[in-house]
Write a protein that binds this ligand. Structure first.
Ligand code: ADP
Ligand code: MG
Length: 457
């Protein structure tokens, strides 16, 4: 058996034990380049992949190789040269940006390119990677290789809550492609609202062919915040056809949303399965270390040095929104510019008051009912008493769960509120939702999003 065959057999086994997204992103582009005295050398496209495989997949890979060839003792990971060169040049660029070009970068930041609609401030070099976004980042990075465009990652679907870096990541793909292949790859970034309104105009003016032609000229179409398509049935149908036309022409489509395709209410089934047919990745909340790294990188660009203690304080208080982390840095910069001193911890607590000590918000049972109804776009009366249809039962059970979990209402009281249900029905609902929340990431995500709306609007 040659090494090519050995690797093919091993990855066949690995493929069965990891998710499709993980497989395509981390494993598929690895190549077994040598095997000597039981040492297998795997060549991978970049440093991120190397670290990830080494830290998280080594046992799996070793086991798979051993199953095929029992003499394998060890796996060594190396980065392919071509890519190494690319990353080194990126590292240099990063230094230049921080050390010499910070002012220019500021100037650049609002100049949106008219042709591509891309904002040049969103680049990979300033995108901090941690466990909360590493899969999304690695997959996005793969899309900066023209050979990957329009293939397995099509469409590329990124989802996650507000302010967690979806727009930044999507635009970074576009900016990188435009910079490296200025006359070869046509990129266009649109929000789903802009896309929808152009689509509606085209339908009205009976110029769908022109619309499709225009979009077909694009090689990479980035559509941000697709959740706004929810509820717009006609638009979705047209969107589906446009999507197919692009897809069949091997155009790369990149999409973001605040939730996974399945959780977008009233998303046409066909469209949902199209979205799920490519690669779907999520960005979750940044962990403490990542929050520190993000803060430090934003501070670095501003020449302000804060003590560790202060950085730890901010990172421990602002947990769920990177835009707010940035906001806190901006407040500190503004203070520094006016007063010419770096604020101490007490001053910072005061400056960031509005970001960190949110006034304790009391939510009411009605607020829960309304928020769930709005989230699923189902009239409240149907949630309360619309029968046993599946699309009603789930929102109803989630409502019960939230009334119990957020407000500690009694089971009989919840039953009464929801059209006179028996308390055993409520108990069952709460248990079911709790179980689903832990086993089905879509359900977990939906509940988080509903809670976010409950407390932030
Ligand atoms: P979303 O589109 O998910 O709401 P954005 O992409 O607009 O979020 O991100 C909000 C802000 O936080 C932006 O200014 C962005 O540059 C910054 N940001 C998000 N993620 C990161 C990251 N991983 N590293 C550095 N900055 C980030
Ligand atoms: Mg966004």
């Amino acid at each position: 058996m040659n090494i090519e065959e050995l690797w093919q057999a091993a990855i066949g086994e690995i493929e069965l034990s990891v998710s499709k997204a993980n497989f395509i992103t981390w494993i598929k582009n690895a190549r077994l380049v040598s095997k000597m005295e039981g040492h297998c050398t795997l060549e991978v496209p970049n440093q991120f992949t190397r670290e990830w495989l080494e830290n998280k997949c080594n046992t799996l890979i070793l086991r798979a190789l051993r199953n095929v060839s029992p003499d394998v003792k060890k796996v060594i990971y190396i980065v392919a040269d071509r890519h190494m060169a690319m990353e080194q040049s990126q590292a240099i660029k990063l230094e230049e940006i921080y050390v010499q070009e910070a002012p220019q970068l500021d100037l650049l930041s609002n100049k949106i390119d008219e042709r591509t609609n891309l904002n040049p401030k969103y680049i990979f070099e300033t995108f901090i990677v941690g466990s909360f976004n590493e899969l999304a980042h690695a997959a996005a990075l793969s899309l900066t290789e023209p050979a990957n465009l329009g293939k397995e990652y099509n469409p590329f679907f990124v989802y996650g809550g507000v302010g967690l870096g979806k727009t930044h990541l999507l635009q970074a793909i576009g900016n990188t492609l435009v910079k490296r292949y200025p006359n070869q790859i046509k990129v266009k970034y649109v929000s789903s609202e802009v896309f929808t309104s152009e689509l509606i105009d085209a339908i009205r003016a009976q110029k769908m062919e022109d619309f499709k032609k225009k979009y077909r000229k694009i090689d990479v179409l980035i559509i941000d915040d697709i959740q706004f398509l929810a509820g717009k049935e006609k638009t979705q149908i047209e969107f589906f056809h446009t999507f197919n036309a692009l897809y069949e022409a091997n155009k790369q489509i990149i999409i973001s949303s605040d939730r996974p395709p399945k959780a977008i209410p009233t998303l046409e089934e066909r469209l949902c399965s199209r979205f799920e047919g490519g690669m779907t990745v999520d960005i979750s909340y940044p962990d403490f270390e990542s929050r520190i790294a993000i803060l430090k990188s934003k501070l670095e660009a501003s020449e302000i040095l804060l003590p560790e203690e202060t950085i730890n304080f901010i990172s421990s208080k602002i947990q769920k929104n990177i835009r707010e982390l940035e906001g806190s840095v901006n407040k500190i910069i503004a203070y520094y510019k006016t007063n010419h001193i770096v604020p101490d911890l007490n001053k910072i607590k005061e400056l960031l008051k509005s970001l960190i000590v949110r006034p304790p918000k009391r939510i009411s049972p009605n607020k829960i009912l309304d928020t769930v109804s709005e989230f699923y776009e189902i009239p409240l009366k149907d949630i309360i008493d619309g029968g046993r249809k599946k699309e009603l039962v789930k929102p109803r059970q989630i409502t019960m769960y939230l009334l119990r979990d957020e407000l500690r209402e009694s089971y009989p009281a919840i039953g009464k509120r929801l059209g006179g249900k028996d308390h055993t029905t409520v108990i069952h609902a709460c248990e079911k939702v709790e179980h689903d929340r832990q086993t089905d990431e879509n359900v977990g995500m939906e509940i988080n999003l509903i809670k976010e709306r409950l407390y932030n609007s």
